[in-house]
Write a protein that binds this ligand. Sequence first.
Ligand code: ANZ
Ligand code: ZN
Length: 853
Amino acid sequence: MSRYNFRETEAKWQRIWDEEHCFEVSEDPDKPKYYVLEMFPYPSGRIHMGHVRNYTLGDLVARYKKAKGFNVLHPMGWDAFGLPAENAAFERGVHPAKWTHENIASMRDQLKSMGLSYDWRREVATCDPSYYKHEQKMFLDFYKAGLAYKKESWVNWDPVENTVLANEQVIDGMGWRSGAPVEKRLLSQWFLKITEYADDLLNALEGLDRWPDRVTLMQHNWIGKSDGARVFFDIKDDSEKLEVFTTRPDTLFGASFCAIAANHPLAAKVAENNPALAEFIAECNRMGTSETEIETAEKKGFDTGLKAVHPFDDTWELPVYVANFVLMDYGTGAIFGCPAHDQRDLDFARKYDLTVTPVVLPPDADPESFEVGTEAYVGPGKIYNSNFLDGLAVDEAKSAVAERLQKNGQGEKTTTYRLRDWGVSRQRYWGCPVPFIHCPDCGEVPVPEADLPVELPEDVDFEGAGNPLDRHPTWKHVSCPKCGGKAERETDTFDTFFESSWYFARFADAKAENAFSKEAAEYWLPVDQYIGGIEHAVLHLLYSRFFTRALRKCGYLELDEPFAGLMTQGMVCHETYKDQNGAWLFPTEVRKEGSGYVTVADGAPVKTGRIEKMSKSKRNVVDPENIIGAYGADTARLFMLSDSPPERDLEWTEAGVEGAWRYLSRLWRLITEPAKPFAPHGTARPAELSGKAESAEKAVHKAIKGIGEAVERFRFNTAVAQVRELSNTLADLDGDDEGSAWARRYGYETLVRLIEPMVPHIAEELWVELGGEGLLTDVAWPAFNEDLVRDDTLTIAVQVNGKLRGTIEAARDADKSGVEEAALGLENVQKILDGKPPRRVIVVPNKIVNIVA
Ligand code: ANZ
Ligand code: ZN
């Protein structure tokens, strides 16, 4: 029996696709284009199962669309800057560039072993100067357009990694990699003005109808638009005004205090003569800056002694606190507190014994007795205790207050966003240098375009803390491009999200002299289908949308949105195992025994834990290379597609992989050692088919339709199920007649075409076995005949007086009188009619029979 030799076969087809340039594309005006992109990987050294899933999904879409006649762009590259390379340099003394390029080389081989249909000519590595020189130019253009600027700002400082972290890199107050508590520091940093597009980024979400709702909702919340008002409070015995932001101006008469952020200028001013306050401010700065941390921390305040005067009553004075729950970079960094209707304010008021005056009366509550206890009332109601606002609904009161404030010059309506400008400075070596020079006389000076790229120096030393670029003896010392005097290079490098914000557009012409070639970009963009992890829902996916806008403003691209369609795949999970001492075990260290597991080493019992996302820390990882080595890429791909729809988590099991392997082996045998012969390739369909052959033929048409539709809807698991169903039908077709031989031939040739996007190597090989011409990947997706996919018998509902009483089976388009007779013959119906003739019978063909009794 000939066993399917996946090792030889897969290598062979990978070589042939390469030699034949199968997946290399150019802008063909005669074909519709389709751009499929998977999120490019960080070159960590080895691919993991998450990659395998991601790229299998993308490859299926790409190959399917190619078969459907599209000109498909399917590129791959490397998100090659970042911290791990520097860590490797620090720990093992390998240069980040060497480490990165070696990793790229081995991961490229791994990807090639999966048989992915990439146009490798377009490969890019973001750490190459030929790539990052373009983003230096972009940055200078952004600067000219007012979209990049430098400012002193409070940053999240990771004391272990010695670097600034983006808010998103702070998780529960800890550095995302180091796990160390994050501190606040004031540093001069480069920013990109994403807030300029806050409204546009928000409004355009509506047009992204091929994005998961979950992702657009996350972006919506991330942008966080709040309509409200700014209110100016006079400060008693002081010329300064305190400006607060509120979304609830309707509660102004319920105010009992004001509070400012620890870093508010007013706090610093008072602290000059108040050491206790200075100490309190320092304490606040030691606290993390993440939202959850601020929300969960105990509310603390410090009374500055200042008094704010109520805008509508100049005899009413409110104490001004510095409070740890007020953020400096939201709204105006100052609030008025209304304890009755805001939980934080209530907690604060209870702690510092401040008054709690309700001003919104819940519907049906009694104004005499309504009280707020430990829970603030945040619902709707009528305003009371509030002077000229009494009796108004919340929304009416909001407008009334804003109007009055505006008229008196005490405030105005305003909109605030949670979205902050994007801090792109990193104090790191392995990143793209920010192309600026600092001159003591001229200030910040852009590096002249002719001097781009600013390349990273190679000879750096990674010993010691902080940024190696800072410590480099010569690199940063340059003369000022403006005055020629002594000056210093900027030693910050870009956040690596910078590179990934525009790579999708570079793939349109990865060798273009400028960042983009207009023609290629116009032809290929936007990406039609983007596929990647949900973890990028706000950062990468929002930054790319921002870049698209910034690049348009600077004349680079005429594009509205980068990604027309988005699919976010679920995680690959696996059971977890521990030994008797509670140490995690790799799946390769355990083997099944009875209903449980024992260790491979000494047969000791193993504790089986939960099914969790594959992670190195829990050791529940399976190395794709081992799987591909043992079963082949097609098996790995098939299993990735079989069990769950793409957006759901998938549990990787040995049994599942075995099942996929067994299926492919069986298919191999069914075609290469058929029990009953196939008609020769090219045989015409006999005019008459036996019943079984005819229904097999119909099953093939149904599969073409069903699998195509499932793929279009990303229901790849359903598509796989239909593939299996069709092969069962064909395996059962054992007639010796001419029609059956023809149907087997037609059925298997079609099946092989249908599975090519899923398991391309075995499909190509079987195509050859079947005598097919040319490369299967160049063969068009088959068409189906509408007449043959319709069911012949239908289930028809039978109603009596509008109530469902049963169903009958009838041939499609059966004669009305026959259907009527069958319906009236139903036992249930006869019971109701009780021997009397029906008053009326209405037959809706192929659907329903209505009987009026
Ligand atoms: C008075 C008030 C009364 C408020 C009330 C709420 C309820 P969102 O919806 O997130 O925009 N706030 C304003 N600036 C702040 C800052 N820098 N740090 C912390 N809190 C701040 O929330 C806006 C509300 O959050 C504002 O409305 C303000 O409290 C508070 F019954 O003003 B409110
Ligand atoms: Zn100068």
